[in-house]
Design a protein around this ligand. Sequence first.
Ligand code: SF4
Length: 306
Amino acid sequence: MTPRPRRPPDVPALALHLGGLEKVWHGQRLDSDPLLFPHRYERPDDREAAAFLASSLAFGRVASINASLERLFAALGPHPASALRKRYGEEAGLEGFVHRWVDAGSLRPFLRAVGRTLKAEGSLGALFAAGDDGGADYVPALDRLFSVLRERTEVSTGRRTRGLTFLLPSPAQGGACKRAHLFLRWMVRSGDDDLGLWQGGGFSPARLLLPMDTHVHRISRYLGLTARPTADLRASREATAWLARIDPLDPVRFDWSLSRLGILAECVRDPRRSRCGDCAVRPVCRAASPSGRPPVLSRATGALPA
Ligand code: SF4
């Protein structure tokens, strides 16, 4: 099938309406996001460790994510970084833990790898910075970080469960790796509710990529930020490149508001349930019909109707 020609977004109009969307969601609904969990801690090391664990389990329904994270952080106690450094994945209270396909048998070696890193390098940021070559984005550095963490699980390749492989992905292989880029957004950006713990050196919001899950991917397609049918690394890079035309120093600043549309079911796949009438980006949304309802994307291809 001949691919449909891509119509580039109208950048000034996109900037105007994304700015409107940003105002709507600025500082709103932290309770709807796993970023809530690192905000519970005061110390930077606890915040960093909590952010990595929270972003790693940020898949599935919000209620399920919150329940799993409540259980995990209860097991780790008031100072998760210290607990990880000391216990190496042998935390009490995680017996029978299951978050979708991540069970206790997957989680424990993951926690062990994080704990070993906190002990060896002092922080995840130190290990990450040591593997950063300063390129256009952080994908190679993320790949190196996860590679070292995989080694530190002490679980050989053939014995890694699906859950452990999912917790320690390989971002350079082309997947969107939304959870890894979400963690970086929290660490590198300041302002809004992002934590800004990683500063100086090569850390710059300009190098971040849009964390792309199925919701953000679908809405990115509606806004013309990408035409790719799958949420992958190329789609994330394409969308980020358009957003960088609006704010080259901070292209992912719109991620919070864009992702609220999906997380809070303002914009869903079922057109009968989307709130297009109230949506700040409706004037630049190529999916919103005159009736104010978006069309259903093709289940097979993810394509917009012709
Ligand atoms: S206008 Fe409708 S379809 Fe477009 S992003 Fe907003 S809620 Fe979604």
